[in-house]
Design a protein around this ligand. Structure first.
Ligand code: TPP
Ligand code: MG
Length: 326
């Protein structure tokens, strides 16, 4: 099935926006961090898990969603946040610890929260599953529309919370999609060392859910699989475990040289952004000129967001204890 040209172009734009933002963040991250790797130094302190390679997941899933759908995700949230339309300026300011950030600079890059687009993320892996199932439960009981999606990695899926939540989702036929981003690695541990089965989507049947596996890090197949899962959720058929093959092009976080990814490297590390660009040009959806123009315009938008963040004020130290609960 062929997708409308407008959706294909829009997914390309989303992938470019996510990639450029991660590239600019990477440049900023390294300022003042070396020669001895100093996590806390520079304008962008702390850990940074970029989404290089995983852009098709955010672009493909989010292009299929409606405004009322809800997302929770984990420690590698950029590609999903960008695709969902979280404000790029406020999100950048959040990473740089600025007052103009989504949470006043308190959350940082793993804790992005934007109620306007029903998006949240957490650095505690698999943590988003329970809240997402709760949101799905509430919508079902209130007879309101809205599907809850929780994204997690192939490593996080081995958390106990996954099994508890999938059972509840299946039992109550909740409007829920569990998106598993299978990039084959959890920090330095390969999936074959941590996971008893080949496909986590195969587990769905035992929870009373539908399982789908999407191969090839392909935004169009991801979009179509998400549409099917949304239709099932909206029509009362219940939840889906949507497992998506993707790739982590960088180390686990900035500063990880990923020397442990050895033999399979060249086959594994296919960059999906130029692949999709070439495909749209081949299919006559974009000309080379239009692709370059898109990149130029999005590059300027991203630069502007980073500049906004760099120029913004830090919070007042006297406000440090505001918004704390314990
Ligand atoms: C509950 C919990 N345990 C451990 C960690 C440390 N941790 C952060 S990311 C990660 C691995 C995640 O791997 P995966 O789910 O495959 O996501 P990926 O990094 O590949 O995107 C771990 C163990 C954590 N953040 N939360
Ligand atoms: Mg992983």
């Amino acid at each position: 099935m062929s997708l409308p040209n407008s959706i294909r172009r829009s997914m390309f734009e989303t992938m470019v926006r996510s990639r450029f933002w991660d590239d600019r963040l990477t440049e900023q991250y390294w300022i003042d961090k070396t020669p001895v790797f100093a996590f806390g130094a520079g304008p962008l302190p702390g850990e940074l898990h970029t989404s290089h390679g995983q852009e098709p997941v955010g672009a493909g899933v989010c292009a299929a969603l409606s405004d009322e759908d809800m997302i929770t995700t984990g420690h590698r949230p950029h590609h999903i946040a960008v695709a969902r339309g979280v404000d790029l300026r406020e999100m950048s300011a959040e990473l740089f610890g600025k007052k103009a950030g989504l949470s006043g600079g308190r959350g940082g890059h793993m804790h992005l929260y934007d109620r306007r687009v029903n998006f949240s993320s957490s650095g505690i892996i698999a943590e988003g599953l329970g809240p997402a199932a709760g949101m799905a439960f509430a919508r079902k009981m209130q007879k309101k529309s809205g599907v809850a999606l929780s994204f997690l990695g192939d490593g996080a899926v081995n958390q106990g919370a996954f099994h508890e939540v999938m059972n509840i989702v299946g039992l109550h036929k909740l409007p829920f999609i569990c998106v598993i981003e299978d990039n084959k690695w959890a920090v330095t541990t390969h999936k074959s060392m941590s996971t008893a089965c080949e496909r986590n989507s195969d587990r769905a049947e035992n929870y009373g859910m539908t399982g789908e596996f999407v191969e090839g890090n392909d935004p169009e197949l991801i979009y179509l699989a998400t549409q099917r899962a949304l239709e099932r959720a909206r029509s009362g058929e219940g939840g889906t475990i949507l497992e998506i093959e993707t790739v982590r092009l960088s180390g686990h976080f900035m500063g990880d040289p990923a020397g442990y990814i050895t033999g399979e490297k060249s086959e594994y590390q296919v960059d999906p952004v130029p692949v999709y660009r070439a495909r749209l040009i081949d299919d006559g959806i974009l000309t080379e000129q239009e692709a370059s123009d898109t990149e130029r315009v999005i590059g300027a938008e991203v630069d502007e967001a980073i500049k906004f963040a760099l120029d913004a004020d830090y919070p007042d130290a006297r406000d440090a204890l505001n918004c704390t609960f314990a």
